[in-house]
Write a protein that binds this ligand. Structure first.
Ligand code: ZN
Length: 887
């Protein structure tokens, strides 16, 4: 065919054409054709389409296969939905042949207790700097993952590129393209399903506007960028294991934020966590300046030191910091689709986001490579100086003292072990100062390289700078909104309700190193003639949940008793030999060992005082049939936490039912209905409330959490018994957290407050129209141990409190205030609570049980399943679910 002028022009246009706003990944780069492009494997170019999790895996495998000398593809975990989590290791061929030796060497460098300075010098000389680039922990923060594919391709395919050569020579890269495949799969499905014939840039079009629960979270709807304290999700546990295998010196977590923004990188906003060293802070500045230079050169806008702080230790960027890394979060404005029309009239494309992330990632890797020696030195020094820093601050050992619920301390110890923290268990009783502590107590020495992580987790208070708090006080008084990004308290001993003692010197007790799962090891259960008795607690609750599922008949003492010289509290479980099968001892023994529960065999039913084992006040428990409200308008985090705690922590079977389906759902088939946080006023109508009321009257147990309790207490719903109404409440202005939505590092608080405040005089009600906001603190709660709902507690726990909810106590003729916030002087266990909020919350209701007909309502003022690290309050939730139907 002859070339016409028109055809030539057409070819010229094709060659020059790029999507509007498209930018080069790395101007001037040329690529080795032997390394496959994304297009050649998947069919679309970088930025043309949002790659699905499956496509990402396929392309990673193709890259690894094309460059076997420079790569290793590792699967480090699987998601709940069975998707693989991969990290692609990239380095020079010389480095890759020594990968196992490098891992062994970095582990040696990471433990200065067994390292001479000569050897340290040799290791620093030889080792590559290890750079971990993690992408898209939030599944709808999409450009991160395609940027990761571009990074891997560029590092393997770029030819004669001195930047790439330096990176491969001096660094070892771990590229994790997708930390949350389950969430991304949800996002990709909905955006492609909603897509117009040509991509629609309207932010409110279906392809951008995600239906509940969105792609941000994982299968159990957890924000995994908060999970590094709980480690409850397999994805997080896999990353922790990887972190302890490679000990990276530089870790970047690449996110997206709202589409109106530009790009964020270090240095972070105030406040810095006090366990970040000045050297680490200096590196944050160094990496920030390097990124800034690159962005300036290419004309990309960015911001620093705003919004994104580095205070909470459970972010993906944070956990590695306290192991000695330079940890950073990068945020790209999200197109949340292929194109996004901004308020200023410009269009942000998907490819723009990829280009920005890509440039930041490559620049970071290059900066690390060119600073290899100093980064390794500073890493080693961080781990060395950590050995003595605790002692200088007056803590050589922390001692975790098991309380009446031994399972709590055991689980806390297990959590620390998982994080690579060394824990010893005392073989004998010993003294800490003037206090005697029992054998079985756990000892955590600060004389170990991760002591700053230990102190972050075990100290009661991690202080924020006074100047920062003063500034927040000034802002709140001017109604400016605070700059507090996340919780101001997270102390694990508090939320696990485990006593922690501090010793300034080594405790002298015979002790053994704790190994994973050894906490649950138990001797075989001796056979009993009459009954097996289980003091209630987290281990007993988990055991009884399993036992009921397996058909074992279980009862519970609704009042205390004393037998054989030992007292047993309200809530003690009793499994009678006579009403169970002959292999009871084996079945129960196996289950109890799995959960670390204590079982006391009884050969006689005789009690010294209190109720008898055969008393009518020993109530039969039954396997609860549980329904959980799901989908809008539940808050997805609260719904997901509840489902996780029920299914995975306590092994209970749950039917999740969409709120919109509730009207045609036969509740009579269920004993328990859980309403997670959410404002149900537009979703459950008068008829629905009437049906709920009838079901409760017929014996149902309704569990309401946080905002759902507020809904249940509202005038219109009136499920929580009301007295005279003073006046109609009116919803106030919008949700003031919404303004943060676009800037969110992922505040799970957003949308948490419907800001619908009422002023009724009711059994439970918001105290006044606008209670002071609490940004996330730990408060003391006093419990009524005579009530079955407080079974297994010692009468006092600590609860995570956030937001603006305040409930007055229920009238005593209407129900029981099972949990009440402590008096003002004792109220705050840890964190920032403004004085006005202290006044409002002191002695207000935390947990209420209110009978209605044959059933009852159990209302929590706050979320007992918070991020699944609040072990002590989770027990109260499980008590409500497991025991509610029996009472
Ligand atoms: Zn994010």
């Amino acid at each position: 065919m002859r070339w016409t002028k028109g055809a030539l022009l057409f070819v010229a246009i094709i060659l020059c054409w790029r999507p509007v706003g498209a930018q080069d990944l790395w101007p001037g780069a040329t690529y080795d054709p032997r390394i496959p492009t994304l297009k050649s494997i998947i069919g679309h170019d970088i930025g043309e389409e949002i790659s699905s999790p499956e496509e990402i895996t396929i392309y990673l495998k193709a890259l690894a296969a094309a460059a076997p000398d420079r790569t290793r593809l590792l699967e480090y975990a699987r998601t709940w939905e069975g998707r693989p989590l991969h990290v692609l290791v990239i380095a020079s061929p010389e480095r890759m042949t020594r990968l196992d030796a490098i891992k062994a060497d970095i582990a040696r460098l990471a433990d200065p207790r067994r390292l001479s300075s000569d050897e340290a010098g040799r290791l620093i000389d030889q080792l590559p700097v290890i750079v971990h680039l993690e992408h898209a922990v939030h599944g709808n923060e999409i450009s991160s993952s395609d940027a990761a594919l571009a990074e891997a391709y560029h590092l393997l395919a770029a030819q004669n590129d001195s930047v790439v050569q330096t990176i491969l020579r001096d660094a070892l890269l771990l590229i994790d393209p997708l930390e949350n495949p389950d969430g991304r799969a949800r996002f990709v499905t909905h955006t492609k399903f909603g897509r117009a014939a040509t991509p629609d840039a309207d932010p409110l079009s279906a392809e951008h506007d995600e239906p509940w629960p969105g792609g941000r979270s994982n299968h159990y709807l957890f924000d995994m960028n908060r999970d590094y304290i709980s480690l409850s999700q397999p994805e997080t546990r896999g990353r922790i294991k990887l972190g302890l295998e490679f000990f990276p010196q530089v870790v970047v977590d690449l996110h997206e934020m709202g589409g109106q923004n530009t790009y964020y990188f270090a240095p972070p906003a105030d406040p810095l966590n006090p366990y970040i060293t000045p050297t680490q802070a200096k590196w944050l500045e160094t990496f920030g300046r390097a990124n800034a230079a690159r962005f300036d050169e290419r004309g990309f806008a960015y911001f620093i030191r705003e919004v994104y702080d580095s205070f909470y230790p459970g972010y993906g960027e944070s956990w590695p910091i306290y192991q000695g890394a330079v940890g950073m979060t990068y945020e790209q404005a999200s197109a949340r689709g292929l194109a996004y029309k901004r308020e200023d009239g410009t269009t942000l494309t998907y490819r723009d986001g990829i280009v920005h992330h890509f440039n930041a990632a490559i620049t970071t890797a290059y900066t690390a490579a060119t600073n290899r020696i100093q980064l390794l030195r500073d890493f080693a020094e961080y781990r060395r100086s950590a050995l003595t820093e605790g002692e200088k601050a007056g803590v050589r050992d922390y001692v975790l003292v098991p309380g009446s619920d031994r399972g709590l301390a055991a689980r806390l110890a297990e959590n620390l072990l998982t994080q690579g923290i060394e824990v010893r268990q005392a073989d004998e009783a010993f003294a800490v100062g003037s206090q005697r502590v029992p054998a079985g107590s756990y000892i955590v020495s600060t004389d170990q390289p991760s002591s700053r992580l230990i102190r972050n987790l075990l100290e009661i208070e991690v202080p924020q700078p006074d100047a920062f708090i003063r500034e927040q006080d000034r802002r709140r008084k001017k109604r400016l909104g605070d700059q507090i990004y996340d919780l101001t308290a997270w102390s694990l001993p508090l939320v696990f309700d485990v006593e922690v003692l501090k010793s300034a010197t080594d405790v002298s007790a015979k002790a053994h190193a704790l190994k994973p799962a050894s906490a649950a090891a138990a001797a075989p259960l001796p056979a009993a003639k009459v009954a097996y008795v289980l003091p209630w607690g987290t281990g007993a609750a988990a055991t009884i949940a399993d036992a009921l599922r397996d058909g074992i008949r279980v009862r519970q003492a609704s009042r205390p008793f004393t037998a054989g010289g030992r007292s047993f509290a309200t809530g003690t479980a009793i499994v009678r030999v006579a009403e169970n099968a002959s292999d009871l001892v084996r079945m129960l023994g196996t289950i109890a060992a799995k959960h670390g529960a204590e079982i006391v065999p009884f050969d006689s039913g005789w009690v010294d005082s209190g109720i008898s084992l055969g008393s009518s006040e020993v109530v039969p428990l039954k396997k609860p049939r549980i329904a959980l409200a799901w989908d809008a308008p539940t808050q997805s985090l609260s719904a997901g936490w509840a489902r996780y705690v029920l299914e995975r922590r306590y092994g209970l079977t749950v039917t999740a039912v969409r709120v919109s389906t509730l009207p045609r759902f036969d509740l009579r088939e269920f004993d328990v209905l859980i309403l997670p946080q959410g404002n149900y006023s537009g979703a459950i109508n008068d008829d629905g409330v009437r049906q709920l009321r009838e079901w409760i009257r017929g014996g149902g147990t309704l569990v309401t959490i946080g905002e759902a309790s507020r809904w249940a207490a509202s005038d219109k719903v009136d499920l929580l018994d009301a007295r005279s109404e003073m006046r109609d409440g009116k919803p106030e202005g919008g949700d003031d957290k919404d303004k943060d939505k676009d800037k969110d590092k992922d505040k799970e608080k957003k949308g948490g407050d419907s800001s619908v405040s009422f002023n009724y005089e009711k059994a439970i009600l918001p105290e006044r129209e606008r209670p002071e906001n609490t940004p996330g603190a730990v408060l003391r709660v006093t419990l009524d141990t005579e009530h079955w709902l407080a079974s297994g507690t010692d009468g006092a726990i600590q609860a995570i409190v956030e937001g603006q909810r305040v409930f007055t106590p229920v009238r005593l003729d209407q129900g029981t205030n099972v949990g009440v916030f402590a008096t003002k002087d004792r109220l705050v266990a840890s964190g920032l609570v403004w004085d006005e909020a202290r006044d409002q919350l002191a002695q207000k209701a935390f947990l209420v049980e209110q009978p209605l007909g044959d059933g009852h309502i159990i209302a929590f003022a706050e979320d007992p399943n918070y991020r699944a690290f609040a072990e002590a309050t989770e027990l109260l939730f499980i008590n409500g679910v497991l025991l509610g139907p029996a009472y």
